[in-house]
Design a protein around this ligand. Structure first.
Ligand code: FMN
Length: 306
């Protein structure tokens, strides 16, 4: 982005502050050096994944994908479903959530200190079902031959490239600590790793964060650490590089569901952007290229609603 301090100045005054409080050029210069000093890969990406008025590439790509049987076959058969891993059944979720949406929305805030309570199987089942369970399939218009899943959060093209892994760091009622994968269509878990490695993982995760920071997170009191990965290619196969945007947007939808349902269950959580990428990918057993971590959170019991 080619920004100099006078154009930033002009932008600011047009948008926010036509007359008052001029900002010194030196201050803007400092900001510009900090924020825009390096070659900006984010801007390159943004510019190169726009759909422009005269650009038929995007529509052509989507059309081609929809009409190519192999796209659907590949999507159907290449899910990281971990079928060969130990299955862990979940009880039926609670029939409904007793907290209404307006309460959950208005009370939701990032929680970083937890009560330290255990997560029951029933709570976990309810949390996962209302956030990410798959109650039925639907047919997208124009794609009658390929009914897609319907989940409680939206997904570009119904391709669901975002996968939900989580570490249970303090679990009760026959659940053990460890790393799990949620199979939404079956409302079932696959156990991927045993407890010892969940402890190792927390060390990796906390290693980056300053315990004296006021936003330090109480990992010891937490019990549920969701880690959302994206199988980028599932979205990019249809949408090209623009699919990368869709994946990040979708992960936000899913994490917000988890946060709101957690709120309704007397839990709370904080989204996590500061984590060690490569170490967590390795912990999850994903290659970091075709499938990689895109978002995470730390959740625990707060003794709120429920
Ligand atoms: C993408 C994203 C990444 C975040 N990463 C962190 C993080 O690494 N550590 C943290 O303590 N909070 C993190 N947060 C939480 C924000 O600090 C918090 O949402 C914000 O201060 C607003 O407060 P509220 O969530 O209580 O409304 C993140 C939030 C978002 C949306």
């Amino acid at each position: 982005m080619d920004v100099d301090s006078s154009s930033l100045h002009a932008l600011r005054s047009q948008l926010y502050n036509p007359v008052d409080t001029p900002i010194a050029h030196e201050e803007l210069d400092l900001f510009r050096k900090k924020e825009f000093g390096d070659a900006d890969v984010a801007e390159l990406f943004h510019e190169n994944t726009k759909i422009t008025l005269n650009d038929a590439r995007f529509a052509r790509r989507v059309h081609k994908f929809n009409n190519d049987e192999t796209s659907w076959t590949v999507l159907e058969h290449f899910r990281p479903d971990y079928e060969n891993r130990e299955p862990v059944e979940l009880p039926d979720p609670a029939e409904s959530l007793s907290t209404d949406l307006s309460t959950a929305l208005s009370q939701r805030e990032s929680v970083r200190v937890f009560e330290g309570g255990e997560l029951s199987r029933q709570q976990l089942s309810t949390l996962l079902w209302y956030s990410s369970g798959t109650p039925r399939t639907q047919v997208l218009s124009g794609e009658a031959d390929h009914p897609v899943e319907r989940r409680p959060y939206p997904s570009g093209g119904g391709l669901y490239p975002v996968e939900l892994y989580f570490a249970l760091t303090s679990a009760g009622e026959g659940l053990s600590e460890g790393l799990y994968y949620y199979v939404p269509g079956e409302h079932e878990l696959r156990r991927l790793r045993r407890p010892a490695s969940a402890g190792d993982f927390l060390e990796e995760l906390t290693g980056l964060l300053d315990p004296h920071d006021e936003t330090a997170i109480d990992f010891e009191g937490a019990n549920f650490v969701p880690m959302l990965t994206a199988a980028f290619w599932r979205s990019k196969a249809k949408y090209g590089p623009r699919g990368y945007r869709f994946v990040l947007q979708e992960s936000g939808h899913l994490l917000q569901n988890l946060l709101l349902v957690a709120e309704a269950l007397g839990m709370g959580g904080v989204p996590l952007g500061a984590y060690r990428e490569d170490e967590i990918n390795e912990f999850l057993g994903v290659d970091g290229v075709n499938e990689a971590l895109v978002y995470a959170g730390v959740f625990g019991t707060t003794g709120g609603n429920a």
